[in-house]
Design a protein around this ligand. Structure first.
Ligand SMILES: Nc1ncnc2c1ncn2[C@@H]1O[C@H](COP(=O)(O)OP(=O)(O)OP(=O)(O)O)[C@@H](O)[C@H]1O
Ligand SMILES: [Mg+2]
Length: 327
């Protein structure tokens, strides 16, 4: 086994909450990402799934260093992402790109497509105007768009085409890691499949590594080698695609999987319906953060936070039930 491309160790991001009394800082904070550990190997796709507000986008922004962690360590190709100087950060940023969820909001409506794709090259001072134009035409072709579209504006394209433009922009500087934050959630199902296939083809062609964020386990299964399930700022289960889909250990993962529609009317699947709301990340419940919604809750869950326990090699889940199984 080689060396991980990215290592995230005990990373926390706590956002301070504004107090109710003016000029008096509040002691509370939103624990958007709370003690997260994982690694990504070169060439693989790690999926990150979880309900809205569980901290997926915050984690993406931390890795891309759009924001700084409150605590923790992040290494990219053995370089410490947290303590990098501004100059080194610029170089690393070329290598870590993002594709965002909303293809309508993420493209500047005043710029032509050619300018949008060329922009990262201009910012990083790569090549001259002629070579940059050539690269833009090449990139449009790579993502399946006609190079003659360069002079059009983003609003002249469909959602799927706009996401292709975003992908072309992300590829401009030949990155090794692309973080896709819900890249197909705003698209309709047939277009989702096309964009997913494009991402898969590009991965093969350019040996890309992906972090693929989604709230939809159905989408993730076509993309990912490994999957991390997040709940209220923490990873509650992480493992290979097969382990997560065929033997999920955490009751939350089981509930998420049970919500995937069946593929055949003859398939018999029991739907686990979670009751209650997602608790507030400002004051997460004591013990296991999932205990208030867990169908298997025990007394211990209300007071003791379960650690991530290795169930089989490279499959870990944080649930007191796992310990019980072993005993
Ligand atoms: N800049 C910020 N200041 C304060 N709180 C924030 C900030 N950014 C995110 N949060 C809070 O952090 C938590 C996690 O947000 P995040 O956007 O990471 O969730 P998410 O999993 O990406 O959700 P979604 O699926 O809806 O995109 C939320 O409770 C959110 O309100
Ligand atoms: Mg998000």
């Amino acid at each position: 086994m080689g060396h991980p491309l990215l290592e995230v160790k005990q990373v926390k991001k706590h956002f301070p909450v504004k107090g109710t009394i003016p000029f008096v800082p509040s002691r509370q904070s939103v624990k958007a990402v709370d003690n997260v550990n994982f690694h990504v190997m070169p060439g693989e796709t790690l999926g990150i799934v979880g309900e809205s507000g569980c901290g997926k986008s915050t984690l993406a922004r931390l890795i891309n260093r759009l924001i700084s962690p409150t605590e923790g360590e992040m290494n990219f190709k053995n370089k410490d992402l947290v303590s990098l100087s501004k100059r080194d950060l610029r170089t690393v940023r070329k290598n870590i790109q993002m594709v965002f969820q909303d293809p309508y909001a993420s493209l500047d409506p005043r710029k032509r497509v050619g300018q949008l794709i060329e922009e990262p090259l201009v910012i990083h001072g790569v090549g001259d105007s002629v070579s940059r134009k050539r690269r833009v035409a090449e990139l449009l072709e790579i993502v399946g768009l006609n190079p003659r579209y360069q002079n059009r504006y983003a609003h002249e394209f469909s959602g799927g085409q706009r996401q292709r433009i975003n992908i072309a922009r992300a590829l401009t500087l030949n990155p090794e890691l692309i973080i896709c934050d819900e890249p197909v959630s705003a698209l309709d199902v047939s277009v989702q499949a096309q964009v997913i296939n494009l991402l898969k083809d590009l991965q093969k062609q350019f040996q890309l590594t992906y972090i693929f964020i989604s709230h939809d386990l159905n989408v993730v299964r076509y993309m990912c080698d490994r999957i991390a399930v997040m709940y209220l700022g923490k990873i509650v289960e992480i493992g290979s695609y097969e382990e997560i889909y065929h033997s999920p250990k955490h009751p939350y993962t089981q509930a998420l999987l049970s919500a995937i529609p069946v593929e055949s009317p003859y398939e018999n699947k029991e739907r686990i319906i979670l009751t209650g709301n997602v608790p507030s990340p400002i004051a997460p419940p004591p013990g296991c953060a999932f205990h208030e919604r867990c169908p298997f809750v025990m007394d211990k869950c209300k007071t003791e936070t379960p650690p991530l326990i290795e169930t089989t090699e490279a499959h870990r889940a944080s649930c007191h039930l796992i310990k019980k199984e072993e005993e």
